[in-house]
Design a protein around this ligand. Structure first.
Ligand SMILES: NC(=O)c1ccc[n+]([C@@H]2O[C@H](COP(=O)([O-])OP(=O)(O)OC[C@H]3O[C@@H](n4cnc5c(N)ncnc54)[C@H](OP(=O)(O)O)[C@@H]3O)[C@@H](O)[C@H]2O)c1
Length: 160
């Protein structure tokens, strides 16, 4: 089954700041896009990302990678990314954070990236640069508007 990564990063590939998204809640279009990409799939995330989200995402199988014993409603905790792939009942979508993206890049087939056209301060988590095995497959760009404070692009990367 095709494995995908879903990520949003800024001009410097920053994905996180102080345990949250760098742009906070200022990009509802990205949340909607994220929901559309992941509904009905198996979302795989690190423990810190799960804590940042605060609850299981509805209408998706939630798999949390952790070395700890985690007992939270609606999630399955596993001790490795490989195990997460093995138990996933639907298409595996890796949704972060930085440590999980780094491990997932090697064997993932497609990346759905939201590229936010802004440089944020206080970034402490990054998405790794892509090597030559990836190419840009599709791009849709949108200006900032009343609801979305920053311009952004939805970009799909595939393996060459
Ligand atoms: N912009 C985006 O698209 C996006 C998406 C997701 C997250 N984020 C941001 O990214 C930040 C969180 O990222 P992060 O890198 O700090 O944390 P993370 O990747 O979400 O979680 C890290 C934790 O995952 C567990 N883990 C990682 N690899 C493991 C392995 N191989 N085996 C077992 N457990 C493993 C460990 O949990 P234990 O310590 O429990 O063992 C580790 O401490 C936040 O700021 C969040 O808002 C951004």
């Amino acid at each position: 089954m095709e494995k995908c990564i879903v990520v949003a990063y800024d001009r410097n590939r920053g994905i996180g700041a102080r345990g949250d998204l760098p742009w906070g809640r200022a990009l509802p279009a990205d949340l909607k896009h994220f929901r559309a990409l992941t509904i009905g799939k198996s979302v795989i995330m690190g423990r810190a990302t799960f804590e940042s989200i605060g609850q299981a995402l509805p209408q998706r199988e939630n798999i949390v990678v952790t070395h700890r014993t985690l007992d939270a409603a609606g999630i399955t905790a596993v001790d490795s990314l490989a195990r997460a792939y093995r138990i996933a009942q639907h298409q595996p979508c890796v949704i972060g954070g930085a440590s999980i993206y780094e491990q997932a890049l090697a064997d993932c087939d497609v990346i759905y990236a939201t590229e936010v056209d802004h440089s944020f301060t206080g970034i402490d988590r990054y998405f790794p640069p892509l090597d030559d095995s990836w190419y840009e497959y599709e791009r849709q760009s949108f200006p900032a508007d009343d609801a979305n404070r920053y311009a952004y692009s939805f970009v799909t990367y595939k393996r060459a």
